[in-house]
Ligand binder design. Structure first.
Ligand SMILES: C[S@@+](CC[C@H](N)C(=O)[O-])C[C@H]1O[C@@H](n2cnc3c(N)ncnc32)[C@H](O)[C@@H]1O
Length: 145
């Protein structure tokens, strides 16, 4: 994203210090265009008039409990003409696999897409099969509804 949008300033959040350390190393050349925050995503109300784009990549399915609040916070933190972009696990027909993923803190019960539709008008919402159908993932791009 930092290369694709050369004028943009980017803010990244993660609970994991290790993930942030990797990001910090890789993004060092981009200096003060990048802000990395070691905190849970609980809204960023200082950023008015809001973010142009908020990307959630394979994290909502791990935020249990609290994913509904994160989606509501994104709605608050986006600029009026901003975009949300999400890629994440959707579901799996295999109960043993769902249980295994829940041991790894990932919920795969199709809970995310309906909540995203409730908060945002979709420009694209696509569910796709992965690993021969072992699970499905989705991507969702939306604007404040
Ligand atoms: C499967 S990893 C995905 C990492 C990265 N977004 C990517 O797509 O490569 C899930 C990440 O979500 C982070 N995470 C989990 N709960 C979080 C929360 N409440 N706020 C911010 N990050 C969280 C974890 O620390 C972990 O790094």
């Amino acid at each position: 994203m930092v290369r694709r949008f050369p004028q943009a300033r980017l803010t990244g959040l993660d609970l994991s210090a290790d993930m942030l350390a990797r990001a910090r190393r890789r993004l060092a050349p981009y200096g003060d265009r990048i802000t990395l925050l070691h905190q849970p995503y609980a809204g960023l109300p200082d950023h008015r008039p809001g973010f142009d784009l908020i990307v959630l990549s394979y994290c909502l399915s791990m935020i249990n409990p609290g994913w509904e609040t994160v989606i509501a916070n994104v709605r608050q933190d986006l600029a009026a003409d901003g975009l949300i972009a999400v890629v994440d696990f959707h579901d799996s027909d295999r109960s043993a696999f769902r249980r295994w993923m829940s041991v790894n803190h990932v919920r795969m019960t199709g809970q995310l897409l309906p909540e995203l539709h409730a908060h945002f008008r979709p420009l694209d919402a696509t569910v796709q099969r992965a690993y021969g159908g072992l699970w499905r993932y989705f991507h969702f791009i939306g604007v404040p509804g």
